[in-house]
Write a protein that binds this ligand. Sequence first.
Ligand code: UDX
Length: 437
Amino acid sequence: MQVGIIGLGAVGLSFASVLGSKGISVIGMDSDLKKIEKITSKKSPFFEPKLDSFLKKALSKSLEISSDIEKTVKNCDLIFLTVGTPKSKSGFIDLSMIKNASRNIGISLRHSSKKPIIVVKSTVIPGTTINVIKPLIEKTSRKKDGKGFEILANPEFLREGNVIDDTLKPHLVVIGGSNKNSINRLKKFYHKLYDAKIKFMTTNTQTAEMIKYANNSFLATKISFINQISSLCQSISGISIDEVAEGIGVDPRIGRLFLNAGPGYGGSCLPKDLETIIQFSSKSGANPILLKAVQQINDLQIKQIVRLLEKNLGTVRNKHITILGLSFKENSDDIRESRSIELIKILLKKKSKITVHDPKAMKNTESIFKNKITYADSLLKSLDNCHCVVIMTPWKIYTKLKNNSFKNMKRKLIIDTRRILSRKNLNVEYFALGMGN
Ligand code: UDX
């Protein structure tokens, strides 16, 4: 079976690399020629652990990279749609790329003898597969769903920084569709890919799409819940939010995962998906009170950090503040919706002097702030002469900081939003989100 993957972002490229590394014949297609050039030179266009080695292996085995959608559609029996569905200016989902891809798939199908299964992996609001994608393909291909092609929804749950492991071992494969035969063919494909016991859930396309939004909304809710409790803990002497999370996390009805308090969630998915589902709920006549509160709590986290800075420094104006960690999470160079970027924007407005450090995300950050901030060559240099350091992203390298690392700071004031240094006996002024002093 020849597989096609349209859209080589984190989801598409990792999927293509895993399939190719296993010798499955796959065409990875993207219209961005710069991206294609980078990928064919065996380098991922973004930092992601393990991806380069899987990509290399895949290219040497059975992965072909192409910018030709017609060729991809005409040659493939199973076509995964993995194009991005970013946030539009209004905050709602921008479907232009997926609409464009659907039209091009349809045009390519018009004179094709294949009857492929088109599998929508991109995150789309409930109803999009049957109300938007299917009609567009039908119109442009002049063929009917069920006759000229089949369509399924198959959302993914990959985490950045873990995309290869999550692609190799998903916790669940959700398949939405109405044609039993194509659902079974996709299941068979996944069985072959994973060998091991894998959990499947089959449903209709709308439910499959909704599962993805409900999943991400619940994760965001868990984070905002723990952040709210964390703010309370901070006002009570002797409490640590991590112990509280440990305690409640043992309850199997709650679970320990996603109860790490911090500066709030960022990234390309949780903030966007939450905003989309809120707007979608409102349009549908439902009032998403809880989800709006989740968002508000997330926004408050940054304000809390600024308050903590102002409380300790008096004013942040003209103060040298070092920000450690720029990516929205560790093991990623992605700064989309990163809380660190938001914090820097607020501090720049307040005329602070900012120095930053990150093991992977400096280049992306430079493209936003240009020469408005200082980019440190090394972690230790970033601390020289600053009045305060704020730890934002829990990169492993920051857990190694010790007394000696802070010796050149003008004032040894540390604000640790992730509490990664909380167990160390540091001779500094130490404040952490979620820890009462
Ligand atoms: C998320 C979902 O987890 C994934 O299933 C979906 O496919 C895409 O969106 P991702 O955005 O890669 O994945 O990152 P995730 O690990 O969910 O973290 C999101 C944000 O929440 C990060 O900023 C992270 O630092 C923050 N977070 C996460 C916390 O603050 N506390 C936690 O306990 C967990």
